[in-house]
Design a protein around this ligand. Sequence first.
Ligand SMILES: Cc1ncc(COP(=O)(O)O)c(C=O)c1O
Length: 486
Amino acid sequence: MSKNYNMSTYSFTQKDAPLFENFLHYSRKGMAAFHTPGHRGGRGCEDLFRSLGGEFLRLDLTELKGANLDQDPDFLIKKAEELAAEAFGAKQSYFLVNGASIGIMAALLALKGLGKEILIARNCHLSVINGLILSGLKPVFISPTWVEGLPCLPSLAVVTNALKDYPDAAGVFLTNPGYHGIYGPLGEIAKLCKAKKVPLLLDEAHGGYLKYINNRIEEASTVDADLWVWGTHKMMGSLTQTGMLHLGSGFQNREKLEDALELLSSTSPSYLLLASLDSARRQLYLNGRAMFTRAAELSEIVRQEIINLPGLKLIENCYLPTGYGVDPTKIILSLAPVGWSGIKVEEILRQKYLIQPEYADRDYVYIFVSYAQERKEVCSLIQALTNFATTAGPDCDRGRIHPPPWNRQPLQLSPSEAVNKPVTYLNLQEVTGKIAAGWVAAYPPGIPLWVPGEQISSAMVEWLISFQRQGGYIRGLKKNQVKVIQ
Ligand SMILES: Cc1ncc(COP(=O)(O)O)c(C=O)c1O
């Protein structure tokens, strides 16, 4: 049902979704439209597209005074963001319509000027490198904790040492949980950063909901990080490309951050996407615990059914160091004990059983269970894995862990310096020893194998070639050539 808010009598609560509901109300008024977008509520879209879009297309509106309670174009966005901040324990929240990526890039731009170096856990997403290119900050990479070949949150000791070496760092930027679905102990790191007065920034694109499942799991909001970014579209129920950026109580550079968001954002944000964030916030506030408890329970059913299958290995909490854990909604499994690569298992699940996992690499298949999952889908997954594990027999690619051979040496140049040098493109076989002028990443998870300004090693080239040979997808190459400094 759409609602017509009357600003003089109405103050918004968490039961409202002011942006979503007001735009829905407006779209149903039947106004004669003489403004962008030109498709006129979907009437002008191509036939098939229109027939699929239905009423949804009427919500594809822009900054219209009439649809904004006669207020400024961003009035309702601000109101919706205020409700999000209150709902998610932030001092301030911003809606993002270009993915978590734009929030990460804006965060790094906002730190520009606070210091030259920034401490970054090496298992960062490529948007972090793009943020470094834009901001000119120089990364000092710190080692993640490795668990069964998977990079996770760095240990407190690693962050402590890095801060000893770089006490004036512009910030500490960590990814937690990782794309793979493992979270780590954030609390002590957050305390350390506060004590050292160095901002803690978190890429929480794959988290934000863990506290609904178990409130002892530490997340950015519960440890009062300075800034954190959500990929709300990933598992929290908003539409693809939406995210949120949240500020904790200690963040100092709010104006710079807002300038950076302005710089990177479209001047015509999609209200359809914004409305989906507003309604996702309401749903999470009112039902988050039930939603994610359900997802965790369904995931646990799968785990219990497959844990004893022959040749199948599940990453469980018992393999992890204290304080680390597997996101209860995610299943990280491997058939490497019988020689199957994750990429091959994923292909068979997809082609033979019509089951699409989130992704796979050489070692693991990653299955993300949602609160919106149907039970019959869960049963099909159990059935497929059981059939597969009991009939597949060993494969030739004997299982072993293939962690990417990241460089341990400091960068030769900062990413922004490197991309501004004259460049050339070379074949993979020719780039060992060269300085990269762009990043290259296995996608997913989008963690760069090398970054601009880094010397490319022969181990990296071998890893990449063998990953491609096994069917993995690499981003950052042009016609399989590599951009390097001349
Ligand atoms: C850890 C991590 N951070 C950031 C991002 C970027 O998110 P988005 O695709 O919403 O821009 C991703 C995307 O997969 C990611 O895995």
